[in-house]
Ligand binder design. Structure first.
Ligand code: NAG
Ligand code: NAG
Ligand code: NAG
Ligand code: NAG
Ligand code: NAG
Ligand code: NAG
Length: 494
């Protein structure tokens, strides 16, 4: 496998398009870049790797907050969490902050047929119990019916009985309906693609897969891709001695699963026994391969239906996941493993290597930091629409603007994470807005990440130093500090 990554998807380098392209937007849940195309030698992800081999693959892409609803709201509105004011699962941005136009809504208003399959918006309050239909979608969002079983007692334990386990490799034919949610979503997405073949209306089809989110309820045959003897622990499996307690979160959702409860793991720092750590890692990777095979089915359908040469394909995830690194088994933090995501852009009929300014980078030498808020303007532009204008400093009244950049912009990546206290609590993973007392702002540049934890007032949304809108603004100390660090490192390393 040869690493050839072309980092030029800039406005200057693409010739204007005559017609709009279709969009297939694929988002996985809790997927860190444990993929072959990201250099993970254990991962078996042939379908995503094949997509990456003809795409722009962003090695340093970061989510704005490492939990579903805030990250998805941020990605889909192209506004940072401090502008959506969605930090938990309990509010809908149109009510909470502003009537922001979403990515699919923008395509819809430009004549696209927009469709949602699976988990795209975070369901429930965060998208007004409709996945933001009818604003974002032309037809009501589709959810796989088999998802109702996802967190139930569906996993055969060692005692032969059914449990609500974390590790949940199943015989699919024995599951209700003989199917799992992501398979059902793929079936529906393929069905929708078939309806588009002889229709000239451009489409925006978003497909949200549930895996590799816990529980690892997956077809059992995927486990055999990862023999337990081949599994290794995280490179840094222990809680660092000098870790500030505010940075740590106690992964309570994992602890609540029946098989993990049985292990009597001490709160908040664990650890999980090593043999069980290996099995979690095995199941996560197997879940990635299972999800990858669904991506393969989608991309094959696109090819077979003759749509591939006129459809932009984006593959990404809402945030990453710690697979035992620094003693954690979760998202819910500002750590690199929790914020870093895969991001792959396939644009048909663009021959990257022929672009006049193309640059080739080795994976570990690329300095391009990109963020999920960049997807909205870049995807709009790549599909043939006009990218939204950058947001002004205070943009609550602006329905359409972006806090992202074109994906080739030189910059740093910001993430943030709230905490209810400066030591780990039962609700440190995902505090309700009213309980937030601390906000951690994190900036990633080059090889380094710098995180600053500040006091936060959930009534006024003020943070404990003067700037009330830290990320992305160059006049504040965090950004200045980090720019200096990045610049210093760049000069040294070049
Ligand atoms: C929000 O935006 C939508 C779509 O543009 C519009 O139909 C709706 O009236 C707006 N709502 C408010 C409260 O402004
Ligand atoms: C949310 O859904 C409710 C019930 O369908 C509806 O009355 C309300 O207008 C929606 N909110 C917005 C902001 O559209
Ligand atoms: C899966 O379950 C079906 C129905 O019970 C059974 O016939 C089949 O042998 C099982 N497959 C495996 C691999 O256990
Ligand atoms: C497991 O590791 C062995 C030894 O490195 C290797 O030969 C084998 O291919 C691996 N198995 C799988 C399924 O990756
Ligand atoms: C966990 O604790 C329970 C009760 O305190 C005990 O019966 C059980 O043996 C313990 N299990 C392990 C794996 O230590
Ligand atoms: C895409 O492929 C189909 C069938 O191969 C062909 O008819 C069509 O013209 C192609 N479209 C573009 C935009 O290249």
């Amino acid at each position: 496998f040869v690493w050839m990554i072309y980092f030029t998807c800039g406005k200057q380098t693409i010739s204007p398009k005559k017609t709009e392209k279709n969009v297939l937007f694929i988002i996985a849940d809790d997927l860190r870049p444990s993929l072959g195309c990201y250099g993970d030698t254990l991962a078996k992800s042939p379908n995503i790797d094949q997509l990456a081999s003809k795409s722009q693959t962003f090695l340093n892409a970061f989510a704005q907050q490492a939990v579903c609803a805030p990250s998805r709201t941020s990605l889909l509105t192209s506004r940072r969490p401090d502008t959506t004011r969605v930090y938990d699962f309990g509010s809908y941005w149109r009510v909470q902050s502003g009537n922001y136009t979403t990515l699919p809504q923008y395509f819809k208003s430009n004549g696209y047929l927009t469709m949602s399959v699976g988990k795209v918006f975070h369901p429930g309050i965060a998208s007004n119990h409709t996945d933001d239909y009818p604003y974002s979608w032309s037809i009501p969002a589709y959810h796989p019916t088999s998802f109702i079983f996802e967190k139930k007692k569906m996993c055969k334990g060692e005692d032969g009985k059914l449990h609500a386990n974390l590790l949940c490799a199943v015989n699919v034919t024995e599951q209700p309906g003989g199917i799992l949610p992501d398979m059902e979503s793929t079936d529906e997405a393929v069905r929708l693609l078939k309806t588009r073949v002889s229709d000239d209306t451009p489409f925006f089809l978003a497909v949200g897969f549930h895996k590799p989110h816990i529980p690892f309820r997956i077809p059992q045959e995927y486990l055999s891709l990862y023999p337990i003897d081949n599994m290794t622990l995280a490179l840094d499996p222990d809680v660092p001695i000098l870790l500030p307690p505010v940075a740590y979160n106690p992964w309570t959702d994992v602890r609540k699963r029946e098989d993990v409860q049985k292990l009597n793991i001490s709160f908040p720092y664990g650890p999980i026994p090593k043999d069980f750590q290996l099995r979690i890692r095995q199941h996560y990777y197997a879940a990635v391969s299972y999800m990858d095979s669904q991506v393969g089915r989608l991309l094959s359908a696109l090819d077979e239906l003759g749509l591939a040469n006129n459809t932009v394909v984006v593959f990404t995830s809402d945030h990453g996941w710690s697979l035992g690194e620094h003693g954690e088994w979760a998202k819910y933090s500002n750590f690199d493993v929790a914020t870093r995501v895969p991001l792959i852009f396939y644009v048909p009929n663009v021959h990257y290597a022929k672009w006049p300014t193309f640059r080739v980078y080795l994976p570990f030498l690329t300095e391009n930091m990109v963020e999920l808020v960049d997807i909205f303007p870049t995807l709009s532009y790549m599909s043939g629409l006009i990218a939204p204008e950058p947001c002004p400093d205070f943009s609550f009244q602006e329905e359409l603007c972006t806090e992202g950049d074109n994906l080739d912009a030189e910059k740093v990546a910001f993430s943030q994470y709230p905490r209810p206290a400066d030591t780990p609590q039962e609700n440190s993973d995902l505090p309700d807005l009213k309980d937030i007392k601390v906000m951690g702002y994190s900036v990633r540049c080059w090889y380094y990440r710098y995180t600053l934890w500040l006091g936060f007032n959930p009534k006024t949304f003020q943070v404990g130093i003067q700037a009330s809108h830290l990320p992305g603004k160059h006049e504040n100390s965090l950004s200045l500090f980090c720019s200096a660090v990045c610049l210093g490192l760049r000069i040294r390393l070049h």
